[in-house]
Design a protein around this ligand. Structure first.
Ligand code: AMP
Ligand code: MG
Length: 418
């Protein structure tokens, strides 16, 4: 166990080390899903081309299929026509052209398609318009140019988005083999928490972390299992954790700070937990706990847990920075790194330098459409890491490096999208 507080970089490298090990381990649990509900899932088998793509030489334009060498110096007669959906025609007789539409098979013998707009037509004869030229291959995608039958098109571990789903559809896959989603138990703790549909009594608040963490878990490929909230007592935590360790990963929110009622770490220790770290020099999110609970009877596998700080923004930031890569790896994905992007600071940002802390401030990034401009980012005004009102107006965290106090407008900065 690493005692004391780790720097952000050290904590991140420990997490990524574990995430890579998990990603390299074999994931045996697969299931089959309809293509229509495969978005966001992770492919468990390479996807192969069922046929050449395209399966026939395809015209990319409306125009005339012909031989480039012939039409380049003579007028030729149009001897036939093919539109998309018709079988390949041909062979094209020498010294002739064939009317063709976008998406149609180019007749055997033709080596190019001349765009409709680039020819002059005299009755049934066409010739290239002055100043137009053509060469073999123009406006034709050769059979198999995109893929050959049997080629591997997508690798196992790739996430399925709209593009991959379209590709699978084009190859005839109506069902895909994907990894089963890891079950992620979400255990919120705190005497102050009441259910969302209750009216909080004096001193109480609604449990907003449970649905927020469930949404984050779903986004990174997990199946959230929300456990009943545990009160701040050793007994309640022991019972709740016993339930939590049945999942593939356990997220505990609250109870990891240094206060009198922060009882999560000792409860984890009673389960034989091995702690990789118990605090990181970041703000928000300093009291972050990462570790594993050995599974009875199995030597190699262990249940991974994170003890996230209870403050909602701290919970969200630490999830994205540290829990998301582990979850993505458990889900079988090879895309495990947090998504940092560069942006340009829109306004001077003054912060009291906090010694040694890397900070992640709720901010709004505008994806500026003007040419060559980086996205513009500005912090949102907030009242600390419990300020959900501010958090909900943000779309990213602005990264303030250790010990940086004043950042000038125009500086290139890193942001973590959320
Ligand atoms: P803790 O980490 O338990 O010390 O909690 C830190 C702050 O986060 C306190 O103000 C808690 O009331 C708040 N908090 C803890 N858990 C939740 C939760 N599930 N939903 C909303 N706020 C919470
Ligand atoms: Mg608490």
């Amino acid at each position: 166990m690493s005692s004391g507080l780790l720097s952000y970089e050290d904590a991140a490298s420990i997490v990524m080390h574990h995430a890579r090990n998990i990603a390299q381990a074999s994931h045996s649990r697969v299931e089959h899903v309809d293509l229509a509900s495969a978005a966001g899932r992770v492919l468990a088998n390479p996807l192969r081309a069922d046929d050449d793509q395209p399966p026939f030489p395809r015209s990319t334009r409306d125009g005339y299929a012909c031989r480039a060498a012939e039409i380049s110096h003579t007028a030729v007669p149009i001897v036939g026509s093919t539109h998309a959906g018709q079988a390949p025609a041909g062979p094209l007789p020498p010294g002739s052209a064939w009317e063709i539409m976008t998406g149609a098979p180019v007749p055997v013998g033709a080596d190019c398609v001349v765009m409709l707009e680039h020819v002059e037509k005299f009755g049934d004869l066409i010739r290239l318009a002055p100043s137009r030229a053509t060469a073999p291959g123009d406006n034709v995608v050769a059979q198999g140019a995109q893929a050959r039958r049997g080629d591997q098109l997508l690798t196992s571990g790739g996430s399925l988005g709209p593009a991959q789903i379209a590709l699978a559809a084009s190859c005839g896959y109506s069902i895909l083999e994907v990894f089963r989603r890891p079950r992620v138990a979400i255990l919120t703790t705190g005497d102050e928490l009441v259910p969302i549909d209750a009216t909080p009594g004096p001193g109480k608040i609604r449990n907003s972390n449970a649905p927020m963490l469930a949404a984050l878990v779903a986004r990174f490929g997990g199946a959230p299992v929300i456990l009943p909230t545990a009160t701040d007592s050793a007994d309640a935590l022991d019972k709740a954790l016993a339930q939590g360790v049945r999942a593939d990963m356990l997220l505990i929110s609250g109870g990891v700070s240094a206060g009198k009622y922060d009882l999560v770490e000792p409860a984890l220790a009673r389960l034989g937990a091995r702690f990789h770290f118990t605090g990181v020099k970041i703000q928000p999110g300093k009291p972050l706990v990462f570790g594993e609970i050995p599974r009875a009877g199995k030597t190699r596998s262990a249940r991974i847990f994170f003890g996230l700080p209870g403050n909602p923004i701290s919970s969200a930031a630490t999830f994205l920075l540290f829990a998301a890569p582990i979850l993505a790896a458990l889900a079988g994905s090879c895309d495990i790194h947090p998504r940092f992007v560069l942006a340009q600071l829109a306004r001077d940002t003054d912060r009291k330098a906090k010694s040694g802390l890397t900070r992640f401030l709720p901010a709004f990034c505008t994806f500026n459409p003007s040419v060559n401009a980086l996205p513009q980012v500005a912090t949102v005004p907030w009242h600390g890491s419990g300020d959900l009102t501010a958090f909900a107006t943000s779309n990213c965290f602005l990264v303030i490096p250790e010990d940086a106090a004043h950042l000038e407008a125009g500086t290139t900065v890193r942001v973590l999208l959320h």
